[in-house]
Design a protein around this ligand. Structure first.
Ligand SMILES: C[S@@+](CC[C@H](N)C(=O)[O-])C[C@H]1O[C@@H](n2cnc3c(N)ncnc32)[C@H](O)[C@@H]1O
Length: 402
């Protein structure tokens, strides 16, 4: 079997502390266009809502075929896509909570409860890994702060005391909630062209050991894929690919939301939910732009919807991962040409032009001999496009294999 060429050998990433940015992932060597630079299973994977349970495997979140499915013999609420997933089962506190009334929890509390019950079901090493991730900027948001104590009480009432971990406490619950907000990636329901972006739902959330260390850039050099409906094991692994070549020592960044959001919306989201003011190259340029409308007004004029997965739809949680969200714009910048819009090329090449998609197009991985691929894949709708067609709207070929 041929070995990897020199420039694809060895770890692609290393962790570094960067002033003003916390931990970051840097290219440990030259990275090629489309290269898979990170692929790992989640530390934590949990359903977005109780309503999503009948549609997805409760262990790996693959779409379930039409019923009947073999339900979890214990709670009868969860179902699995295979005998392997059935024996892997689902988080024991989630399972136990069904017998104590989880299904009756108010809708607004379901997602944080599912997160907490899943997190408190983790093995100690995974719980420690989750707690080592960065916290929400000002701790939990005001509403989460208010809710943290009552969520803790709900977990205590839903989970039998003998299966709660030794550290179970209101402080730990608050700490866990603050990890969820900044480190979770949304895993979206399957893309369907007839479902508008704003109606696409999140099937599950995932937190990763390394991918949750990826910082944000409004002109990212990488994006992440999930292949959750792919057959076989490892379908919940995140796959991070380089959009283009990255030189050794450069930081690898993704965008925490759709790349075509406008300046004011990006800044607001990053400040409120992630606690930083973005000073990337694109923001520095766009901060000088004049918009006809008022940038500081509400998002009434931004009805692009969101698919965030990071990037999801209209839930309050923020994701580090992908997706699209409210506040998108399609025609950013002025008409004065490329001098005022130097990143136009980025949008033409890397932003999916399929209606209501707004995913990122990344080249397929290089061949084992290092030859670059000339086919791009969208991380949201999954379409494939030949390089020569990336600036041709709707020239995609969704029949090409992965
Ligand atoms: C998912 S974590 C990324 C890893 C994080 N830097 C750490 O130390 O664990 C998100 C947090 O990283 C920081 N961050 C991400 N992108 C940044 C950027 N472009 N500038 C400054 N801080 C950033 C913010 O504190 C944000 O809340």
């Amino acid at each position: 079997m041929a070995s990897a060429p020199q420039n694809m050998a060895g770890e692609a990433l290393r962790v570094a502390d960067l002033p003003g940015r916390g931990r970051a992932l840097l290219a440990a060597r030259e990275i090629l266009d489309g290269e898979v630079i990170l692929s790992e299973p989640p530390i934590l994977l949990y359903p977005s809502s109780l309503a999503s349970l009948p549609s997805y495997c409760s262990a790996c979140f693959r779409s379930l075929p039409p019923p009947p499915h073999a339900p979890c013999p214990s709670c009868r609420a969860a179902a699995f896509c295979s005998s392997a997933c059935a024996s892997a089962s689902h988080p024991r506190l989630v399972c136990a909570a069904f017998s104590s009334g989880l299904a009756a929890a108010p809708e607004a509390h379901q997602e944080p409860l599912l997160f907490l019950l899943s997190a408190y079901s983790l093995q100690e090493s995974s719980l420690r890994a989750l707690l080592s991730l960065s916290s929400a900027p000002q701790g939990p948001s005001p509403s989460q702060q208010q809710d943290a104590a009552s969520l803790h009480a709900m977990v205590a009432s839903l989970a039998p005391p003998h299966i709660l971990p030794p550290g179970f406490s209101p402080d730990l619950t608050a700490a866990l909630l603050s990890k969820d907000r900044t480190n979770s990636f949304s895993i979206m329901e399957p893309y369907r062209p007839d479902v508008p972006l704003e109606l696409r739902k999140t099937r599950a959330y995932a937190v990763y050991h390394r991918a949750s260390l990826l910082n944000h850039d409004c002109l990212p050099n990488a994006c992440h894929f999930d292949y959750v409906d792919r057959p076989g094991p490892g379908n919940a692994d995140i796959v991070v690919r380089a959009l283009h070549g990255i030189s050794e020592g450069k930081e690898v960044c993704i965008s925490y939301f759709a790349a075509n959001w406008r300046y004011a919306d990006r800044q607001r989201r990053l400040l409120e939910d992630y606690g930083f003011q973005c000073e990337c190259e694109r923001c520095q340029i766009e901060s000088k732009w004049k918009f006809d409308d008022d940038d500081d007004d509400d998002d009434d004029d931004n009805d692009g919807g969101d698919g965030d997965d990071t990037m999801e739809e209209e839930h309050d949680k923020e994701d580090v991962g992908d997706g699209v969200d409210e506040g998108m714009e399609q025609e950013e910048g002025s008409d004065d040409g490329d001098d005022d819009f130097p990143h136009a090329f980025f949008f033409v090449r890397y932003l999916c032009d399929r209606e209501d998609c707004y995913g990122m197009l990344a080249p397929l991985p290089p061949l084992p001999n290092g030859d670059l691929s000339h086919v791009f894949e969208c991380n949201a709708c999954g379409q494939f496009k030949k390089e020569e067609d990336v600036d041709e709207p709707d020239a995609g070929d969704s029949s090409m294999g992965n």
